[in-house]
Design a protein around this ligand. Structure first.
Ligand code: GLU
Length: 474
């Protein structure tokens, strides 16, 4: 049997990190079993249409390296599949359920249902349909359907229960009386999520439904639908919730949830994938860094946890820093250059970028980290730096540095140390008084990257300019 899985987002505007984790697990599972990973856009809720949402979603998935396949048949086009383009399929399928009495038309006005719902809630009951249209004469209902606004509901059996198996949760039993006569087709003729989802999963040959835990309560309805159609259901695996550090459901209020926001901050796709892979799945060892190939090799549903997983940004930061450090020079420089405007650094940009590499947690920190290289030193008016600059040896050091620079080469960072040796000899100043005054004149800061690197990056002309400017301020 070929494994066929799907990621079935509703286009709400952006790809949520929880959605990305679902997509990732589906992708890993498909690749591991040499199966297919289908992208299906569940866009039947016309009231929730968001301009550009689908493009955004595909862009984020692609940026994360989670490309989808054609499906369900080999000769099919590559998706994504849009439910809004499959309305005739749902129409055809609902007819089957109406004919067998597994579904019925309901003409109850919206106002009555609203009032019913309010009454149930005040009485502390679970809201649900009271069944007024359940026993309408079917041919009568067909006639009314031509002129009256209505929905189509599924008929849940009056008595009994359903037991189902979830690959992660095990066996779960739900009584029928707890399940509502779910609307399958809305008054605008569009299917509801539940109906379109089941029809598509079946027609697309989905073998494993891997999705968020929030859909577990819907599973009994879905299974009843399979049963009503006489279809064999796929296997189900409901992934644990993603949580905020305070254990509440991961929300926008406590941090970013859109994948695009993480990418825009300079998290690397492989770090984000690695991090999300471990949010709900464990490899059974304490290994934490996994390549995509390793994840594909190791991933299995029986190692998905039941308990919710806390989205810990510190952990993600640690991982991202690890991935940045592990990048080879060429890859790193290529990425880093995307994060700074081209005129910000001079022709010795590489050395500046490589110097800050190991301290970078995210690429969006680059402009800040590069400040010691690019900012003009500010005038020191108080504090340790100002005191040092007032030191009577400082002008001698700076003057000597200017002279020495004219005569010595500065072709690599080490040249600067030789140069400073000469300054030391000429002025008799050493240690902090020597080094600090130069650092302050060049950068305006007491601390920062190695002075030889800064000096090499600035180049002779710029050093002389800065030294002269410092001297003028004295
Ligand atoms: N459209 C649903 C969502 O956005 C899909 C749930 C499922 O995978 O069945 O989460």
């Amino acid at each position: 049997m070929t494994v066929v899985v799907r990621f079935a987002p509703s286009p709400t505007g952006y790809l949520h990190v929880g959605g990305l984790r679902t997509a990732l697990y589906n992708y890993l599972f498909a690749r591991k079993h040499h199966g297919r990973f289908i992208l299906r856009i569940e866009d039947t809720d016309q009231s929730r249409y968001v301009e550009g949402a689908v493009e955004n979603l595909m862009k984020s998935l692609r940026a994360m390296g989670l490309d989808w396949d054609a499906g369900p048949d080999k000769n099919d086009e590559k998706g994504p599949y849009f439910q809004s383009q499959r309305l005739s399929i749902y129409q055809k399928q609902i007819t089957r359920l109406l004919e067998t009495g597994k579904a019925y038309r309901c003409f109850c006005p919206h106002e009555r249902l609203e009032a019913l719902r309010k009454k149930q809630l005040t009485a502390g009951q679970a809201p649900g349909y009271d069944g007024v249209c359940r026993n309408l004469d079917p041919s009568e209902a067909e006639k009314r359907a031509h002129t009256e606004s209505h929905v189509i509901r599924m008929r849940i059996p009056d008595e009994g229960s359903i037991t189902f198996h979830d690959e992660i949760r095990g066996d779960v039993t739900v009584d029928f009386h707890r399940i509502d006569d779910q609307v399958l087709i809305k008054s605008d003729g569009f299917p509801t999520y539940h109906f379109a989802n089941v029809v598509d999963d079946h027609l697309m040959g989905i073998t494993h439904v891997i999705r968020g835990e929030e859909w577990l309560p819907s599973l009994p309805k879905h299974l009843l639908l399979y049963d009503s159609f006489g279809w064999e259901p796929p296997r189900f695996a409901h992934l644990p919730l993603l949580l905020n550090p305070d254990k509440s459901k991961l929300s926008k209020r406590q941090g970013d949830v859109a994948v695009e926001e993480y990418l825009a901050k300079g998290y690397l796709p492989q770090a984000l994938n690695n991090f999300l892979a471990l949010l709900g799945w464990n490899p059974g060892t304490d290994q934490e860094i996994f390549s995509m190939e390793e994840l594909i090799d190791l991933f299995s549903l029986d190692r998905v946890n039941k308990a919710g997983a806390v989205f810990n940004v510190e952990k993600l930061n640690w991982m991202n820093q690890h991935y940045i450090q592990a990048m080879d020079e060429t890859a790193y420089l290529k990425e880093a250059k995307k994060w700074i405007s081209p005129h910000r650094l001079n022709e010795r940009a590489d050395i500046a970028l490589l110097t800050v590499k190991n301290s970078l947690v995210r690429f969006d920190e680059l402009p800040e980290k590069l400040k010691p290289f690019v900012s003009e030193p500010t005038e020191l008016t108080e504090g340790e730096g100002a005191e040092l600059m007032k030191n009577e040896t400082t002008p001698h050091v700076l003057q000597s540095l200017r002279e020495t620079l004219i005569q010595h080469p500065l072709e690599k960072p080490e040249d600067f140390f030789a140069l400073m040796k000469t300054v030391q000899k000429e002025t008799g100043v050493k240690g902090k008084n020597l080094w600090m005054s130069v650092r302050l004149a060049l950068t305006g800061e007491i601390h920062g990257p190695e002075l030889g690197i800064i000096a090499y990056y600035l180049g002779k002309e710029e050093i002389i300019r800065r030294v002269e400017s410092a001297l003028r301020k004295m």
